[in-house]
Ligand binder design. Sequence first.
Ligand code: GLN
Length: 476
Amino acid sequence: MVSSGEWSAVDILEQHLAAIEAGDGAVHAFNLVTADLAREQAVEVDRKVAAGEDPGLLAGVPVALKDNLCTRGVPTTCSSRILEGWRPPYDATVVTRLREAGAVMVGKTNMDEFAMGSSTETSAFGPTRNPHDTSRVPGGSSGGSAAAVAAGFAPLALGSDTGGSIRQPAALCGVVGMKPTYGTVSRYGLVAFASSLDQIGPLATSVADAALLFDVIGGNDLLDSTSLHRPTPRALAVLDDGVDGLTVGVLSEFLDGAAPDVVARVHQAAEALAGAGARVEEVSVPEVAFGLSAYYLIAPGEASSNLARYDGVRYGLRVDAEDVAAMNTATRSAGFGAEVKRRIMLGTYVLSAGYMDAYYNQALRVRTRIIEGFTRAYHHCDVLLGPTAPTTAFALGAKVDDPLTMYLSDVCTIPSNLAGHPAISVPFGTGDDGLPVGVQLLGPALSEGTVLKVAAVVEAAAPPLAAPVLVEGTPT
Ligand code: GLN
């Protein structure tokens, strides 16, 4: 409608800015609302339409960006004190692609510090709250992006997923979130957490919107050496193809630790797929049970290396001291929160000379076994189905003092990161507490088209989810 001149990008933006103004005090989805920049971009979209130029595939669509995506001249904090005051000198490739497609960037979203967490509670700027119930967490680490979409602050958002950080918050906030195949979306300008696992992906209110956003941000990028050399995906084109003739494996290991109300929704989604023509069977991939343990050796190892660059010299915060080493220590002690310090210490330990073989290298062997397990399952299954998270959104504060319980939130999402495979979370009704449940579809590398078309069938069968009400009288 913006492309045809029926609606103006400026009007759409102002509606969303008003929703943010009214509701974000209760949610805290944003670290920064970039209203002026967004207004400039919206004016430019309307100018292009008036001039008869192509305004792009996402003309005038407000998009929220996780605050670990570099935005030129705009603060990028990773919700950490250590990046305070830092303004990147360049845009992430995904940001460039969004701008070229006519999207309007409304702001930077809150997250767990350096994306380490499952609830946004490790943010140095205070937690985000779940729009469906503000006493609950939105999940994490892309909790701000998921909450922004759920609350109607932006129809699209980008997140990053290293061990579930797009899919788990999408599930807890009742929106769609996809982690694409490793290498399909450029990571240039994504602040690194664990480089062999990190992927950028879409959050949206529907499977079709997620596919559209994936189409815009995907495709080879010479600025990311891990970017795959293949044409831009065209996920949107296959969305309506249905599931006739496909085999869906219900992954039994994922059901084992999940709450009964979540398991019930997974079975209901499986029945819907069977009803739509898919063959549904139960599948076991015993190796995935070791995913969490392997991840918590590999991810901290990579993080300890990546986060060495925050030295008080190159970026953000600096705490002066008598010599350089003391300055480094003082800066890092003041700038990093407890969870980040825990990961750096764990990671340094597992990479250290006497322990690398026993921990880090052993975890890499487990990672290979997980890939082999999935490969076996994909000999006879097109996609796998399971819960995204073992429970619905938990109460703020419930798990902050118990890291191991917090880590368990990602038990169903981490295996896809270790394998590099795509996976999507689709809202599917609510749990006993009335809060959203997400079901997860997993596929082999580069199967986004298949995963998305199965997701579209699940979405069509999903029980309706009531929109959150943040301001009395205005459901989002
Ligand atoms: N919750 C997981 C962690 O804390 C995953 C985070 C992520 O995907 N960025 O590491």
